[in-house]
Design a protein around this ligand. Structure first.
Ligand code: CDP
Length: 223
């Protein structure tokens, strides 16, 4: 039987969103990228002039501001629409200053509780591919299929570098690599819901695989 709840976790820029989106498309499921919610809270905190290190203020913001995530309404390269208080902030959540602070914000217990509860409610409806860091371990520990998508930091930085160039943005490989490594360090060493593969996750190492090959392997696991 095709798994109904599919969790994909893994480190920064390992191709989780690309895989998740394709898998959801092939199965006719909802694609839900949980990373955008942490990015949205981070963007909002910075926008309001809050210090991302102010745990109480950021947590209270996460608790009282609903973040809307919906299937992409425009084909401008986005995987989904992200909005807050009626404002589309999809591309704002990808800005470098948001990315530089998101791991600090997402280590806060209260922020995680607020966002994980919303994610769990959506995930438990089924027919969903949910992507993040703690989906198979914390958000949906009973997921029918858990994939942990891994790759070396160098390979991931190379992919993010090309992604940025394609989007016409400025990109510096060494800087991207350093940021990816730092984000992974914070994400995997935090006390609450650290990044790690669930015991029952199937690990796919994509170092030697292209996006098509990763997709084929994951689809085979569903069939
Ligand atoms: O796309 P990329 O892998 O670069 O990052 P993302 O999935 O958008 O996640 C951004 C950040 O949000 C991560 O570095 C984590 O700090 C945090 N995150 C998390 O803590 N838990 C999740 N389930 C998803 C993201």
């Amino acid at each position: 039987m095709t798994p109904s709840i599919i969790a994909i976790d893994g480190p920064a820029a390992s191709g989780k969103s690309t895989l998740g989106l394709r898998l959801a498309g092939a199965l006719g499921y909802l694609f839900f990228d949980t990373g955008v919610m942490y990015r949205a809270v981070t963007w909002l905190a910075l926008q309001r002039g809050l210090d991302p290190r102010d745990e109480d203020a950021v947590t209270s913001l996460a608790e009282k501001t609903p973040i809307e995530v919906a299937p992409a309404s425009t084909s401008d390269g986005r995987a989904c629409d992200v909005s807050v208080e009626g404002q589309d902030i999809t591309w704002e959540t990808r800005l470098p200053h948001v990315e530089a602070n998101v791991s600090v914000v997402s280590a806060y217990r209260g922020v995680r509780r607020a966002l994980s509860d919303q994610q769990r409610r959506i995930g438990l409806r089924g027919k969903v591919v949910m992507v993040g860091r703690d989906i198979g371990t914390v958000v949906l520990p009973d997921a029918d299929l858990k994939i942990y998508l891994d790759a070396s930091a160098e390979q991931r930085a190379t992919r993010r570098y090309h992604e940025l160039l394609l989007r016409g943005a400025n990109a510096d490989y060494a800087e991207i690599l350093a940021k990816v490594v730092e984000r992974d360090r914070i994400d995997s060493t935090r006390d609450v819901a650290p990044l790690k593969a669930a015991d029952d996750a199937i690990v796919i190492d994509s170092d030697a695989l292209n996006a098509d090959e990763v997709f084929k392997q994951a689809l085979a696991l569903c069939q």
